[in-house]
Design a protein around this ligand. Structure first.
Ligand SMILES: [Zn+2]
Length: 484
């Protein structure tokens, strides 16, 4: 059957029974019939019909209860499970030039219709966004940060090559304010702050972003402790980065030491300086975690509702080497050949080396931290860092949800982390993130229940996005053509 375009007005709908509430007539494009709804908040509801039109859900009711004046296209959902379309809340679309725009259809084919790009040069991400807009429903909507806003020296300044230039450097509060203004004018949806920022510059950045209505997500700057970063007003944190330093019973000493290292290393290469600080401090920090101190940090994160995107698939990959599993490795085939060869070579090489105990400690710490954060009510988002860490665009989001369940989230909560939470991060929860009347009609039909087993989010049968219905055949075509 392939792709079906459904955004045409075919009729007017009315409420047949009281279960359906409609305040005004809506145009109707498609009726998904007799499906089990899996909602991130309400959970499971069986035997439902869902009418969609004009990009939103027009009506929801028991099977057979929604009537329309004229026939609309229908999709049989019998025996299937409907979830809101997914987000990957941490991607880098411009990180690997050899992947280029091949990532875009891979997201859609995996049920992801929105992504948050957490760092790339403005000129480059704007080009990707243009391509995505041209491709319409065959690409996700992109919410971008533009460059990482770093201090001086910058970590990602293009040297060495594995640290591509995806950052901008702010060495004064005025620099930070100017950069935020530029990004706001260019249409950025958020600001990403990085590790080498000095406290006064960081505070100016966050304050200006608030004035411009842009949420800031951060790595905790090495010059600051977690609580100072939280009280500055950040909306999010990535990778749990540097929370481990804050949970150490030596945290004050470590902070003073790294402030000195930052001063002394001001003329070094940024990536080298950061690596040397991490190498010096992380083993000490992870060997001196203090439960009481950590509880205080976590409580502060919970009180301020600082969204965490822990990137667990990334944080655990050194220990768990998921990239050696067939189901993680098989998707490499959808990447351009040069990338596939490079990733295969890396995976093969890694398979022959012993696992560094530090990786195991970091993986265990990350899983335990997510469990505690979640229990304390800190909002958790599913994000991958793709294409970093051999994490294939699209496919890797499903692994991330699995890892979140491994850390203690229920499957329903893991689903929320990839749907409702990213919507909340951007203040879009009235428009999307759950399956409700008036919300986005970007939806994914599965052949197995993700509440039984989170891996079932991989059983994608159909993706409905922006006026297009992709059946399995059409999704496979997206995968096959991605690398071209
Ligand atoms: Zn990242």
């Amino acid at each position: 059957m392939g792709i079906k375009i459904i955004n045409r007005v075919v009729g007017v709908v009315f409420a047949a029974i009281s279960l359906v509430t409609l305040t005004q007539p809506a145009s109707a494009d498609l009726m998904i019939q007799n499906v089990t709804i899996i909602d991130p908040v309400a959970g499971e509801t069986q035997n439902q019909d869902i009418l969609i039109g004009n990009g939103t859900i027009a009506a929801i009711g028991d099977h057979g209860s929604i009537a329309t004046f004229v026939p609309v296209d229908t999709l049989d959902g019998t025996g299937k499970f409907l979830i809101p379309a997914l987000w990957d809340a941490h991607v880098h679309l411009t990180f690997d030039k050899e992947i280029g725009n091949a990532a875009l259809p891979l997201f859609v084919a995996n049920g992801i219709t929105r992504v948050r790009d957490t760092g790339g040069l403005l000129s480059e991400i704007l080009l990707v966004q243009e391509v995505a807009k041209e491709r319409g429903s065959e690409a996700p909507a992109i919410y971008f940060a533009g460059p990482l806003i770093d201090g001086m020296p910058r970590v990602y300044d293009g040297t060495p090559a594995r640290f591509p230039n995806i950052s901008d450097g702010a060495s004064s509060p005025e620099d930070a304010e100017r950069i935020v203004d530029e990004l706001a004018a260019a249409g950025a949806s958020l600001i990403k702050s990085y590790e080498m920022l000095q406290p006064d510059v960081f505070r100016a950045l966050v304050a200006r972003a608030a004035e411009r209505g842009l949420p800031v997500t951060s790595h905790i700057p090495l010059s600051m402790d977690a609580e100072a970063v939280i009280s500055a007003g950040v909306k999010g944190m990535e990778h749990l980065r540097n929370i481990g330093l804050a949970c150490s019973n030596k945290s004050e000493i470590l902070l003073a030491e790294r402030q000195a290292m930052l001063r002394d290393g001001a003329n070094e290469e940024g990536s080298t300086l950061r690596s040397s600080i991490h190498a010096a401090q992380r083993p000490i920090a992870f060997g001196s975690q203090d439960a009481e101190r950590c509880t205080a940090v976590i409580a502060a994160l919970g009180a301020a509702k600082v969204f965490q995107t822990p990137t667990l698939a990334l944080n655990t990959r050194g220990a768990l080497r998921q990239f050696l599993e067939l189901r993680q490795r098989e998707p490499f085939q959808h990447l351009p050949k040069a990338v596939r060869d490079r990733w295969d070579a890396f995976a093969d090489g890694a398979a022959d080396t012993p696992i560094d105990p530090a990786y195991i400690a970091f993986a265990d710490w990350s899983l335990g931290m997510v469990s505690q954060l979640h229990e304390a009510g800190v909002p958790i988002m599913a994000g991958t860092d793709t294409p970093i860490g051999l994490l294939t665009p699209g496919f890797s989001l499903h692994l991330e949800m699995e890892m979140l369940v491994k850390a203690g989230l229920s499957p329903q909560e893991a689903l929320a982390s990839a749907t409702l939470r990213p919507a909340e991060f951007f203040g879009l929860e009235d428009e999307m993130g759950t399956i409700d009347i008036g919300k986005s009609s970007e939806l994914v039909l599965l052949t197995a229940n993700p509440l039984d087993e989170i891996t079932n989010t991989r059983t994608i049968d159909t993706v409905v996005t922006r006026g297009t219905v992709f059946d399995r055949e059409a999704l496979d075509a997206l995968l096959e053509d991605a690398a071209e």
